[in-house]
Design a binder for this molecule. Structure first.
Ligand SMILES: Cc1cc2nc3c(=O)[nH]c(=O)nc-3n(C[C@H](O)[C@H](O)[C@H](O)COP(=O)(O)OP(=O)(O)OC[C@H]3O[C@@H](n4cnc5c(N)ncnc54)[C@H](O)[C@@H]3O)c2cc1C
Length: 286
């Protein structure tokens, strides 16, 4: 029998631990977060109970194996409680590093260090109650821009428009580099926020970009059948904030107010060269 350290208890670390344990070895799992599950615990939308419960059941099955031992709230790094050389001193037979995709991706925009500009992963960690993000300031104003048009955008808009207890956001503007036919979210996810869509604004936006869609052979009339089926349903406008889209636009710079907090985002048409800005989105009229 051998002893193996697994660093990280997301899905990858836990299923690796299971396989190794089933091979008859002793497994010690070291995890930075208190709870196991990684992004499956702290990334999946808080109200998706069925999915979370199913995953938690699978994870607890792994952790209840007699030869799997879990230590939460233990970071492994040269700056943390335990370093890799220190782990080596215990003479494990092997070490598995399954620490996920850590860090956040910066857009490299001027002004992106302004207060009120958040990386999606950090914001998701915040509303999923992961320490220390849970207690940090992730406040928003009445207008919030989300850059990107995938499932994480839907989760964040869902939180802002539906579940945020402070209900600050009156307008959520999705800034998408590509057009409506290239929406990357799953339709079953978009259902959670579709009734917040501001249909008049959406039609205006389609009108604005129509010549450019036509130029690449895309037909605006097909958007409803393709990526936004809500447009084919009777209007049932949800009360509260409005969801708007700004297509074919890339963020160009972030402007802060005198207190250092974001108050404006400049976007530029995606096909134009940087420096040719065409629109400002004011973000913080509180
Ligand atoms: C915002 C967001 C939402 C998502 N929503 C969904 C969804 O709804 N459905 C879906 O199927 N997938 C979703 N995903 C994708 C899914 O969560 C990931 O694909 C999956 O969690 C990756 O598993 P992993 O084990 O590789 O890494 P992670 O889940 O990231 O796990 C890494 C683990 O390593 C630990 N760790 C990190 N650094 C250290 C260290 N130095 N020392 C010790 N431990 C460390 C962390 O605490 C964590 O427990 C989402 C991803 C994101 C970013």
């Amino acid at each position: 029998m051998k002893t193996v350290f697994v660093v990280g208890a997301g899905p990858a670390g836990l299923f690796a631990a299971q396989k190794i344990a089933q091979g008859g070895h002793e497994v010690i799992v070291l995890n930075r977060d208190i709870k196991p599950g990684g992004l499956a615990e702290y990334g999946i939308y808080p109200t998706k109970d069925k999915m979370k419960t199913g995953l938690r059941k699978q994870f607890s099955k792994v952790l209840s194996l007699p030869n799997v031992h879990y230590l939460g709230h233990v970071s492994v790094s040269s700056q943390a409680e335990l370093s890799i050389p220190e782990l080596r001193d215990f003479l494990p037979s092997a070490m598995v590093f399954a620490v996920g995709a850590q860090g956040t991706k910066k857009l490299g925009l001027p002004g992106e260090n302004a207060r009120g500009v958040y990386a999606a992963k950090d914001y998701v960690y915040h509303y999923n109650q992961l320490p220390p993000f849970a207690s940090q300031d992730f406040s928003v104003g009445k207008r919030v821009a989300i850059v990107g048009m995938g499932n994480v955008m839907v989760d964040i808009a869902h939180w802002l428009l539906v579940d945020d207890p402070r209900k600050m956001a009156e307008e959520v503007i999705v800034v998408a580099r590509r057009g409506p036919f290239e929406a990357k979210f799953d339709l079953k996810e978009f259902v959670y926020i579709e009734n917040y869509l501001d249909r008049d604004a959406f039609r205006d936006e389609l009108k604005r970009i129509q010549p450019r869609l036509n130029a690449v052979g895309q037909d605006c009339a097909k958007v409803a059948d393709d990526t936004f089926p809500i447009l084919n349903k009777p209007l049932q406008q949800a009360e509260g904030g409005k969801l708007r889209f700004r297509f074919l636009s890339s963020p160009q710079s972030i402007h802060a107010d005198a207190s250092g907090r974001i108050d404006r985002l400049t976007v530029t048409d995606s096909h134009r060269r940087r420096g040719r800005s065409d629109c400002w989105i004011a973000l913080q009229p509180r």
